[in-house]
Design a protein around this ligand. Structure first.
Ligand code: ADP
Length: 629
């Protein structure tokens, strides 16, 4: 029994190949976690790092409360089951299962008790005297499971344990492993490339692609709310259908317009979380619909297509088709217009039939064509708001307010503009007022739909706010983007400052002992690093760490201005940026690097000395995109 924590884990192989990038997850005790993704996406590498069979390049791995990065595999109290079974061919099943326990010098009576208990659970009591080669694949895999089981580990790691078995046996073993997990009450981490295994076994699934985590969620959330096109296409068989479309709003409807000229109408309310910038008919969007969420009709309503293939699987029938190029007269387009439909208990379609597909309106998916990310998120990432900017005045949301000086300067007299405002940048205040149309729980937050004319503005509000309220709010102007068409006039200011610098060590004598100290060096300013982080950088980059340049990220709020008598980095103030609620200075260090710090609006000098603590610094490599600590 144990919980695990993976925090910003990376794996870079000796040949420079980056197999795992910034993998973070908290795994609760007794979860059944599945890592799934196509071959080569980094699943096994991650599992092997947890097992201790592969070193962790950067990041922290905790089992329970213990940091185990450098702990030997045998001390981690985990058991691993491999695809290849890895049984000793010359030993009997009993000996195979007992072997690890003997190595630990466990008394023979206890070994026997454990082996018998595991053999009973796995139904292999009758085979204990056999050699592995006298057993079937499924039985061998049971022995491999048994060998893990007898160790009574805190965590079970399973690497594609069923891929050598035939389909029927795989299905049986899936159920058995799930039952085993339930009866053992132990944490399981299971690697597979098979999405059916992942969906049927996992309490949560980590979907990976090319070394990056795509989404971590429960099976049903992955199925219902895939974060991007990759996850949407990976989970579910047959695969989700994807079509290039544009979305065009008129009144209370949105037309989904296909490239062949067909379109379907959807009530706007169902798509109100899609930012209005996508509803102009001009932005390329990918529409996704699962085969099982399409109804077929012959009455002329829906997307016209010709049936090109029919697969009858008994209770369900899979229909393959091509969308028509032109409405009315039917011609088949060569590519990109395929459609797959899964029908239950219906068997009246034949190749050559021309029919109509009607997507179920509650099951639609839309993705940005470029980023491939879903357009419908629990908490919309931003709102696009139309505004007028003239001479430092902002006309927006039915109010006229003066723009903070920094934005006034950036936007000048631009006239028509768009504000891109994340919900987090809308805070209780008195600049604007809108009616709360609806409140929805999103994760542990309250998402308010604020009625702005014929669409909604999304904000996160306190518990006290209710539907029907007139909600007074302000905008955090330093957290928004101001655009005029494609031209970006102002960008949001992030929470971190990035500084480049070097790394050094000093050996000092303390109480007669030599003690190592590590330092971040930024243009003459020396900050003592947390010892643990110093050792991490040292162990990742070895002796070259003293020649490399690092990127030091510090929370902007943790940077303080100090007096001349204190240690610090002297910077020149190039410009002050007044954003109303907060004031920034664009500053430059002697080595030329510039960055923004928060500063007191009344600060009069043209230089300032800043300082921060080593414990507030995150360190990134500048050679490879990787967080070191
Ligand atoms: P998966 O288990 O998802 O199929 P792996 O974790 O085995 O993927 O591998 C991830 C990537 O790392 C692959 O591109 C693979 O070729 C590469 N890789 C695996 N082991 C090594 C190694 N020892 N040296 C270099 N590259 C490796």
């Amino acid at each position: 029994m144990a919980n695990l924590k993976l925090s910003h884990i990376y794996k870079v192989y000796d040949n420079g190949h980056k197999a795992v990038n910034d993998f973070s997850i908290d795994i609760a005790d007794r979860e059944f976690i599945v890592f799934v993704g196509p071959s080569g996406c980094g699943k096994s590498t991650t599992l092997r790092m947890i097992a201790g069979l592969e070193t962790i390049t950067a990041g922290d791995l905790f089992i329970g409360d213990t940091l185990v990065n450098d702990m030997e595999p045998k001390d981690r109290d985990i058991a691993m089951v491999f695809q290849s079974y890895a049984l000793y061919p010359h030993m009997s099943v009993y000996e195979n299962m007992a072997f690890g326990l003997r190595n630990r010098k466990m008394p023979e009576a206890e070994i026997k008790e454990r082996v018998m208990k595991a053999a009973k659970m796995l139904d292999i009591v009758d085979y204990l005297d056999r050699k592995p080669k006298q057993m079937s694949g499924g039985q061998r895999q049971r022995v491999a499971l048994g060998r893990a089981l007898v160790r009574d580990p805190k965590v079970f790691l399973l690497d594609e344990p069923l891929s050598n078995l035939d389909a029927k046996l795989r299905a049986t073993m899936r159920a058995e492993i799930t039952a085993l997990h339930k009866s053992l009450n132990t944490t399981f981490i299971y690697v597979t490339h098979d999405q059916v295994e992942a969906m049927t076994m996992g309490t949560r699934i980590v979907v990976m692609k090319l070394g990056y985590v795509q989404q971590i969620d429960t099976p049903m959330n992955l199925y219902n709310s895939p974060y991007n096109i990759f996850v949407a296409g990976f989970i579910g068989t047959p695969q989700m259908n994807f079509f290039d479309v544009t979305l065009n709003r008129y009144g209370d409807k949105v037309g989904v317009e296909f490239s062949n000229g067909d379109s379907i109408d959807i009530p706007y309310e169902a798509l109100s979380k899609i930012d209005k910038a996508y509803l102009t008919g001009e932005v390329p969007v990918v529409f996704g619909i699962r085969p099982e969420h399409i109804e077929i009709s012959t009455d002329g309503d829906g997307l016209k297509f010709i049936v090109t293939g029919v697969e009858r699987l008994g209770n369900e029938t899979i229909i393959y088709g091509k969308l028509g190029e032109v409405r009315g007269e039917f011609t088949m387009k060569d590519e990109g217009n395929s459609i797959v439909v899964k029908l239950i208990d219906r068997d009246d379609l034949a190749v050559g039939d021309v029919v109509y597909a009607r997507p179920k309106l509650s099951k639609l998916h839309f993705f940005d064509k470029k980023t491939e990310i879903t357009l419908i998120q629990k908490i919309p990432p931003y709102n696009t708001i139309d505004a007028q900017i003239c001479d430092g005045t902002l006309k927006v949301l039915g109010a006229e307010v003066s723009l903070p000086e920094a934005l006034g300067k950036a936007a000048g007299n631009i006239g028509e503009a768009q504000l891109i405002v994340p919900p987090q940048a809308i805070v209780k205040g008195d600049e604007f007022r809108l009616k709360v149309a609806r409140i929805e729980k999103a994760d542990d937050k309250n998402l308010a739909y604020l009625k702005d004319g014929d669409h909604y503005l999304f904000a996160l509000v306190d518990n006290g706010v209710s539907e029907g309220d007139d909600y007074g709010f302000s905008i955090l102007y330093d957290k928004i983007t101001v655009k005029a068409g494609e031209q970006v006039l102002a960008s949001p200011i992030g929470d971190e400052v990035s500084l480049e610098g070097r790394f050094s060590k000093k050996e000092r004598k303390e109480n007669g002992e030599r003690v190592l100290h590590f330092y971040y060096n930024i243009e003459g300013y020396t900050i003592e690093a947390d010892k643990e982080n110093g050792y991490k950088i040292n162990s990742i980059d070895k002796d070259r760490c003293y020649d490399y340049t690092y990127r030091y990220a510090v929370d902007r709020d943790r940077i303080r201005t100090v007096t001349d008598s204190e240690d610090g980095l002297d910077v020149k103030i190039l410009e002050k940026l007044d954003y109303g609620a907060v004031c920034y200075a664009n500053v430059q260090a002697d080595d030329g690097q510039t960055f923004l710090i928060k500063i007191d609006r009344d600060y009069a000098g043209d230089t300032v000395r800043i300082a921060f603590d080593g414990s507030d610094v995150s360190v990134y490599s500048t050679r490879i995109d990787m967080k070191l600590c």
